[in-house]
Ligand binder design. Sequence first.
Ligand code: NAD
Length: 290
Amino acid sequence: MARIGFIGLGNMGAPMARNLVRAGHAVSVFDLSAAAMQAVPGATPAESAAAAALQAEFVFTMLPEGRHVRDALLGAGGVAAASPEDAVLVDCSTIDVATARALAAESGRFFLDAPVSGGVMGAEAGTLTFMVGGDSTAFAAAEPILAQMGRAAIHCGPAGAGQAAKACNNMMLAATMIVTAEAFVLAESLGLSHQALFDVASKSSGQSWSLTTYCPVPGPVPGSPANRDYAPGFAASLMLKDLGLAVGAAQAGGVATPMGRRALEVFEEMVEKGGGAKDFSGVVSILRGL
Ligand code: NAD
């Protein structure tokens, strides 16, 4: 049993914290929203982020963006200064690499960036994948706790490496989904059935996760969001956020990512046209309209 602080009880944080309570840890929780504070039965509500961190061995943050994490950890009454000197701060939010590195340098505590893949369903089922950057001793200490919220935790390297892995992975995912959806639209115009394209490509070199797990047209993969009018899943607005982080990192490093940039533009268009709350595989409708 560990003493754990958990800050940020939204769509992802609440089910993650519930899994820690279920695993028998003493969990102290804080969220700016009073309603969110009710979402983790069995946890102790704290009056502030700092109060949740006071005696914690591990403090998790699951917040929207880098500025929120910086504020919670280093702002007035922040978590870092309030936490014990040997506490491990684990940020599971998806934020920019530069902020993750800065927090590791400035927090004065062990800091791990540990963004996740697996979405709300993975958070609820305890099947998330954690991609982790930071000190290897801190990672070894946190790994058993991460295992209670996920099925894999990969140590990717020093501070920022977890966020770097997340940005690269989601840029690949976005571009792969777009081109898979494009192929189905092209097949429609060529009179090739969705099922025939799926049957061929899923056993050929066009195969990908976007095709075989998350097929963007209804039919071939019964569990994919396409079969429920693109209810997420993984919302297009979150994909756009992640592409912004990837393309921003590429710009900062002077790296050309032409496909990532184009993917960002396509998802910008989807969000502008009101599709931000739809699953990102709904991008197929945007492509049909181009
Ligand atoms: P969310 O908006 O549902 O929850 C964020 C919570 O943080 C809210 O309850 C909000 O009140 C709280 N909050 C904001 N600032 C705070 C502060 N300073 N102190 C305390 N609480 C504060 O977001 P989410 O969907 O849970 O996503 C969290 C992070 O996980 C994001 O970085 C997101 O990109 C990432 N992520 C989300 C998904 C997904 O499918 N939702 C998947 C993978 C990664």
